[in-house]
Design a protein around this ligand. Structure first.
Ligand code: MN
Length: 718
């Protein structure tokens, strides 16, 4: 295969070959050997920063995966992972020599390598998107990339300081979370610690030494507990695979200290043990024996065997009071579970080489990646996408029940709205209320483990934009956004048609007399595919109804003269109901309510902005008369409208409570309240109220005047 013979022929492959021989047959091993020869030849003139031959790096990365018993193709791809990127070898060359599978894998890894994580958020998001797409094609691409990164981080010390920090940051922010999400715990831990060490070398060293001392001090107790547990299990004839004291990794200790503000002593005070046995049955028996030996800490028991984590992790967790009342955390699992806990999605290839059967971890990883793909299709921009994905990368989940008793896992902080969308997007879109443990609760309530959640839907209900402020799952977020976008589409078409109808009437004509053909012609003249698109553009304020109307009537298609000479003298007001939805906005500067004299302004891309006729800001808007719109409230407007009321009040005990009570008694709602301290005798209270109309507001104000402490009160329109 390889014609060029290296002069000083050190066999860097020997160790790896030995490792591979443990689980790969001879025929496949020969193919791997060929891949090694080829890679060694391709990299023959390259050296690592340490001065060693370059081939050491791909071999070391391959060894990491061989120790996990990854399949031979992945090992071959790992050996070859840098040849496309760093040598003159092409993807076609690899195809010819090793087949399409290997070539695709190496090509996928090279594409990931080309991704540079720039500081600009958009760039990073775009890159991350590419990475996800690469994973969708073949998750092994990511596994090779992770092994590559792991070896580079193990040897990061030879890099210049600045580059070390950059690589460390990438590792901590992108690669370690991905390893975690794919259930590859061992990778995740080592990546995190290496990243931590390279990013904060001093903190790492201090913590490292502190842990070493602490472990030394604890070894006595650890021995005692190990012996007591082992004896107890042996007495009950449990077949023990292994039992050992667990050590938290440095990065997680550091994060706990930082995020949970726990002291080093608090964290180190907990003694961790892992017990591995042969069967699931034994796991529960061990649990019983342990609870019999030491008293369990209430509410700290978790059954991840019955309810695995999203990344496929399974284990029993319990916390006990050990000898001398020291807290002990015990994890109990089978060997299979241990393998999946350590290797996650990679465990699939380890056990099931050649067979298409999927492990749970693998199945879940695939599901996750597929849901990412869905999200990326429905999200508008890369930034939006990475926002939703980041939530999913840190899976701290809660488990809740449907009314039928099914278990649903949701990210921590999830609300009934997240729950509704997790069941089905239609349920999410039409949910109006929720019962948590049979009691009506606000849709924004964060859910807690074990709750039973029931969603109440109503036909015709639709998502509220405010939900975006509290939903936490990517699925809910992208569905709500998607719905709102299409909703706005429908509403702006309706408004556009109304505006055009009205404009035609102002010119003494009728839209209905215009033929479909003429409407279509006008639409395509302006670059729209159909009349609906034109109507949408009018509704969104991107086209002016009067101009379109005039052109339709005159049949004139020259753009020049149209905008200027139209007087709006015949302009009859457009009636609004307040239910026009997302194409109608009430300006916050003056907050008009039904009964007020109002005026509209067509803001490009947004629809109508409603102002008080007397609003100071409209004087500027009057510079664009073609965008101004004469508006009037329809006679029977219903609903709540926000308006601002300022109250100057004597500093007197209980006066705020009085104000709130009277407002509530008048049937209005307080949407917001801010108290500005005045001169000590008087305070200024800014209220945002939800009222039905001007009359309603007048009634509220009349009642408030009954409070003697109120010195002055006025509607604020600034
Ligand atoms: Mn590499």
């Amino acid at each position: 295969m390889c014609e060029v013979v290296l002069e000083t022929r050190v066999d860097y492959f020997a160790d790896l070959r030995e490792e591979l021989a443990k689980y790969i047959d001879d025929e496949k091993l020969e193919q791997v050997a060929k891949a090694y020869e080829y890679a060694a030849w391709a990299h023959r003139n390259q050296k690592r920063l340490t001065g060693e031959p370059y081939i050491i790096h791909p071999v070391a990365a391959a060894k990491i995966l061989a120790e996990m018993h990854m399949d031979y193709q992945t090992i071959m791809a790992t050996l070859l992972h840098d040849v496309i990127e760093d040598t003159e070898v092409s993807k076609e060359d690899l195809s010819d020599k090793f087949g399409d599978d290997i070539a695709e894998l190496v090509d996928g890894v090279s594409k990931l390598t080309q991704i540079k994580f720039e500081t600009r958020a958009e760039m990073q998001a775009e890159n991350f998107r590419k990475m996800v797409l690469a994973m969708v094609r073949d998750i092994r691409v990511i596994i090779v990339k992770l092994a590559d990164r792991l070896h580079n981080m193990r040897t990061a010390e030879s890099l210049p300081r600045k580059k070390q920090r950059l690589k460390a940051l990438e590792t901590l922010e992108i690669y370690a979370p991905i390893a975690n999400r794919l259930g590859m715990h061992r990778f995740c831990v080592e990546l995190e610690d290496a990243g931590f060490k390279a990013y904060y070398p001093l903190r790492y060293r201090i913590l490292h030494n502190a842990v070493k001392t602490a472990v030394g001090n604890r070894s006595e107790i650890v021995k005692v507990i190990e012996n007591e547990l082992t004896d107890a299990l042996k007495n009950k004839n449990i077949n023990l695979v292994k039992l050992y004291g667990r050590q938290k990794h440095l990065c997680s200790i550091y994060q706990k200290m930082k995020v949970k503000k726990a002291s080093f002593a608090e964290i180190m005070d907990v003694y961790g043990f892992r017990i591995v046995v042969n069967s699931t049955d034994d796991c529960y028996r061990v649990l019983g024996i342990a609870h019999n030996l030491y008293k369990p800490v209430p509410a700290r028991f978790k059954d991840y065997i019955a309810i695995p984590k999203v990344n496929g992790y399974q284990s029993l967790h319990t916390t006990l009071f050990g000898p001398y009342r020291v807290p002990i955390e015990i994890q109990i699992r089978t060997e299979d579970m241990e393998n999946i806990a350590n290797n996650g999605v990679a465990a699939h290839w380890i056990y099931k080489e050649g067979s298409p059967e999927h492990t749970d971890a693998h199945y879940r990883a695939e599901q996750w990646v597929r849901s990412l793909l869905e999200m990326q299709q429905s999200s508008g921009s890369s930034i939006e996408f990475i926002e939703t994905v980041k939530i999913d990368l840190f899976p701290d989940e809660v488990y809740v029940f449907t009314p039928r008793g099914d278990i649903l896992e949701l990210p921590k902080g999830a609300t009934p709205v997240d729950f509704a969308y997790a069941i089905h997007s239609d349920i999410g879109n039409s949910c109006v209320a929720a019962k948590i443990n049979r009691r009506l609760s606000p849709l924004s309530t964060p859910l807690v483990n074990g709750q039973r959640v029931e969603i109440i839907t109503a036909p015709g209900a639709c998502p509220n934009p405010a939900w975006l402020n509290f939903v936490v799952s990517g699925k809910a977020r992208s569905n709500i956004r998607h719905f709102l976008k299409s909703q706005q589409h429908v509403e702006s078409i309706a408004l556009g048609k109304r505006l055009l109808k009205k404009a035609m009437k102002d010119f003494g004509s009728d839209l209905d007399t215009i033929s479909d053909k003429a409407l279509m012609a006008m639409s395509s003249l302006l670059g729209y595919d159909n009349f609906e698109q034109l109507a949408e553009a009018i509704g969104l304020g991107n086209q002016v109804a009067q101009v379109i109307a005039k052109r339709l009537l005159s049949g004139d298609s020259s753009l020049a003269e149209l905008a200027e000479n139209d007087s709006q003298s015949s302009d009859k007001p457009l009636l609004i109901k307040g239910t026009e939805g997302m194409v109608l906005h009430f300006a916050e500067c003056c907050r008009p309510i039904p009964g007020d004299l109002i005026i509209g302004y067509l803001r490009a891309g947004q629809g109508i902005e409603v102002h008080l006729e007397s609003c100071k800001r409209t004087s500027r808007l009057r510079n664009n008369p073609e965008r101004l719109l004469n508006l009037m409230w329809q006679g029977d407007v219903k609903g709540d409208f926000l308006t601002d009321l300022t109250v100057e009040v004597r500093n007197q005990r209980g006066v705020l409570a009085d104000i709130a009570r009277i407002i509530a008694e008048s049937g209005a709602n307080i949407d917001n309240i801010a108290v500005k301290p005045g001169d000590g005798t008087y305070n200024v209270v800014d209220l945002t109220l939800a009222v039905h109309s001007r009359d309603h507001l007048a009634e509220v104000m009349r009642r408030l005047r009954g409070i003697h402490a109120i010195a002055r009160m006025y509607r604020s329109k600034s």
